[in-house]
Design a protein around this ligand. Structure first.
Ligand SMILES: Nc1nc2c(ncn2[C@@H]2O[C@H](COP(=O)(O)OP(=O)(O)OP(=O)(O)O)[C@@H](O)[C@H]2O)c(=O)[nH]1
Ligand SMILES: [Mg+2]
Length: 485
């Protein structure tokens, strides 16, 4: 996700932090670099101009120029302005009383409307709602079947009628059905068109007039960039959108659509689609995305993902292990749990300070698989007590797993570090930390600090309390983390 943008920012802040103080000329030069980075990320020209102007105004004030930590101050200003650019947004869906709340999904062909209907149904079910999916795309015969299958997967009923009935009548009938059957949210899947045309807009407007949806969401493919933003503007002028759902955010999007769409259309992004699977819908939080763009990680989202995957039983087992003996087998299991949370690259990007490291491990899945193969090639006793592994055992394990002895050493080293971390500094394991973070009342503030790169102690970054670093050393360490190295 926005690799190039993050790279640009990292380089820039690294340069700035090299100076004890910075001059107005330094700030202006940095702004020029930010301008280029944003344009390359396919952010709308007007948005870039406006953004750089705002950052520049703030930066040439005393806050940066008179500061002893100009680089950090500048990062903070850029962060604030990125957040302002994408927000504010309330990611919640509003429900009407009496029900049902009607949500209409619209967008160009292939943007991800039907998939997003399924995702939203699952998300709302998680919020205790009883949604009804409606196949109001009568253009493509296969569309009804596609929605029916999705409905089955998320266990939400799908209302459909013969295509000849037409989308307007189908929508009306669906709302009646929902009223009579206690379905409190109606999600209308509509037809897409290759281009914006009056037929599409007329159809959507007729549906709107027939059932008065309380929420109209435009589904936009993040990969399309600028063009997507332009089409969003047209949709908004015709339909008065309530929000935008940006899909395919897991692909190699440059970030342009995410950064431009609010400024251009005045409508906020409400959700992000981050994968084809139905649980891969994230609420949109501008501060979290801005942090990811700056390579600062996103602990809050990480915690939310962990919440879904870590079972109480796993946690109990792990905590027991942390107290007694943590073995290679446990290490393997822990890796398996993290893998379940989603594509590793996506997960790792959320960890503060890890963004930059990903460059060195372009395919973390393969790295995980290799580690697993190495552990699986160890004898039972070796997994319990890796200190048994001497030179000849190491060569045997390497042969067995198709790796090099140095790889085996590396795995043992990572394992030892993880084990020591649990025993000494962090009595709580990684998984239990993720779980406990959400449970404690002050967690949000603590996490915001961690996410700001201040003290990622909970993820094994070392404790800041009680350390004997000088303020200058601490400052350097913080900057290093901010830069994701
Ligand atoms: N990687 C990724 N793929 C997605 C995401 N959302 C949707 N897709 C894929 O995009 C393709 C099109 O999705 P659909 O939901 O059929 O799109 P649509 O807008 O309903 O398409 P039409 O009804 O033909 O206009 C499918 O292959 C989906 O799996 C996402 O967030 N990430
Ligand atoms: Mg569709």
């Amino acid at each position: 996700m926005f690799d190039s943008l993050t790279d640009h920012f990292a380089r820039l802040f690294r340069n700035l932090s090299g100076h004890g103080r910075i001059s107005e000329a330094n700030v202006r030069q940095a702004m020029e670099e930010i301008r280029v980075a944003l344009l390359e990320a396919d952010v709308h020209y007007n948005v870039v101009q406006d953004f750089t102007k705002k950052v520049l105004e703030k930066s040439i004030g005393t806050r940066v120029l008179a500061s002893l930590q100009p680089g950090e101050q500048m990062v903070q200003i850029v962060l604030e302005e990125l957040v302002n650019l994408m927000g504010p947004v309330d990611a919640r869906v509003y429900f009407v009383d009496p029900p049902p709340t009607i949500v209409m999904m619209c967008g160009l062909q292939g943007a991800g409307k039907t998939t997003t209907c399924g995702k939203l149904a699952l998300y709302l079910k998680g919020k205790g709602k009883n949604p009804l999916l409606v196949a109001a795309d009568t253009q493509r015969p296969a569309a009804i079947e596609q929605l029916r299958i999705l409905g089955e997967q998320v266990q939400v009923p799908v209302f459909h009628e013969a295509p000849e009935t037409g989308p307007v009548a189908i929508s009306r009938h669906a709302v009646d059905f929902a009223r009579q059957n206690g379905r409190d949210v109606v999600i209308l899947d509509t037809a897409g068109r290759l281009h914006l045309d009056t037929v599409l807009m007329d159809e959507l407007r007729h549906m709107q007039q027939a059932v008065h949806p309380q929420q109209i969401y435009l589904v936009v493919d993040a990969m399309v960039g600028q063009d997507a933003v332009n089409s969003a503007k047209v949709f908004n002028s015709q339909l008065e959108l309530d929000g935008i759902i940006l899909t395919k955010f897991d692909s190699d999007t440059r970030g342009g659509a995410a950064l431009s769409v609010k400024a251009i259309t005045g409508r906020p992004i409400k959700f992000l689609g981050v994968g084809e699977k139905l649980q891969m819908l994230e609420e949109f939080h501008p501060d979290r995305i801005a942090r990811r763009m700056l390579g600062m990680g996103d602990i809050l989202t990480l915690v939310e993902k962990a919440r879904g995957e870590i079972t109480a039983k796993e946690l109990e087992l792990e905590q027991g292990k942390a107290k007694s003996s943590f073995t290679m087998d446990d290490f393997l299991k822990q890796m398996g749990t993290i893998r379940k949370m989603g594509p590793l690259k996506q997960i790792l990007e959320l960890v503060p300070g890890v963004g930059g490291l990903l460059k060195q491990v372009p395919k973390p899945e393969e790295e995980f698989d290799r580690t697993a193969a190495i552990i699986q090639s160890m004898a039972h006793a070796e997994r319990q007590r890796p200190e048994l592994i001497d030179g000849s055992r190491r060569r045997r394990i390497a042969r067995g797993s198709g790796t090099e002895p140095a790889d085996v050493s590396q795995v043992i080293k990572s394992f030892t570090m993880a084990r020591d971390l649990m025993k000494k500094n962090n009595p709580m394991t990684l998984l239990s930390q993720l779980r406990s973070l959400r449970a404690s009342p002050g967690a949000e503030a603590e996490l915001a600090q961690i996410a700001a790169g201040k003290a990622p102690s909970s993820l094994g970054g070392g404790k800041s309390r009680g350390s004997r670093l000088t303020p200058e050393q601490k400052r350097r360490l913080r900057l290093k983390r901010l830069r994701g190295r």
